[in-house]
Design a binder for this molecule. Structure first.
Ligand code: NI
Length: 196
């Protein structure tokens, strides 16, 4: 009898976990930190930085954890200790397809979150610009990027797919952050690298 109760309790535990969609470890990483999260860096955190991220499912889309994660990613990238223009979820220890990008192409240059974002097409001319990364301190590089991109992403919490064309420096940030979701770092694409 005791064994059956334990098995049922274990099954309930699995069901509860599936219900929210987040793993226990993900929930702890999101909920147990202050607003400014620990930022993963190479070489110590290379495993998560080099792992392809998984999508956000319908259950996570409506969860409190997603709202909290997005708020904390924005607080982290804008914190004076980081002062970045974009951040991807693996940089805060979450291997999911979420990025935050500063929209220099919008009034007020707001930081906005994009879930399950992907680049559908790369267009325009190739432009070489200077890039750095919060996960690679002390380094900069010259990276070729497309000047125009078409993206699609999942709207939170409706789940509607939104398509958008992005140009200029904001398009460069999207390319850099979307690369993070596939375990690619700008140093993989850079023509040249230099310390500062
Ligand atoms: Ni980066």
């Amino acid at each position: 009898m005791k064994r059956i109760v334990l098995i049922l309790a274990a099954m309930a535990g699995v069901a509860a976990c599936k219900e929210s969609g987040w793993t226990k470890q993900e929930m702890a990483t999101i909920m147990d930190q202050g607003m400014v999260m620990y930022v993963t860096t190479v070489p110590g955190d290379s495993t998560i930085l080099r792992t392809k991220c998984t999508e956000i499912g319908p259950k996570e889309l409506k969860s409190e954890e997603l709202q909290t994660l997005i708020a904390k990613m924005k607080a982290t990238v804008t914190d004076p200790s980081q002062d970045g223009v974009g951040i991807a979820a693996p940089q805060v220890g979450i291997s999911r397809r979420i990025i935050v990008v500063q929209r220099f192409d919008k009034e007020g240059e707001p930081f906005e979150a994009y879930v399950n974002v992907k680049i559908d097409s790369l267009k325009g001319e190739i432009v070489r610009g200077r890039e750095g990364c919060l996960s690679i301190p002390g380094l900069r590089g010259i990276v070729p990027r497309n000047s125009i991109i078409n993206i699609s992403y999942t709207e939170v919490p409706s789940g509607t797919t939104i398509k958008e064309q992005i140009e200029g420096f904001t398009a460069v940030i999207f390319q850099h952050e979307c690369d993070h979701l596939d375990g690619i770092l700008y140093t993989d694409r850079a023509d040249s690298l230099f310390t500062y």
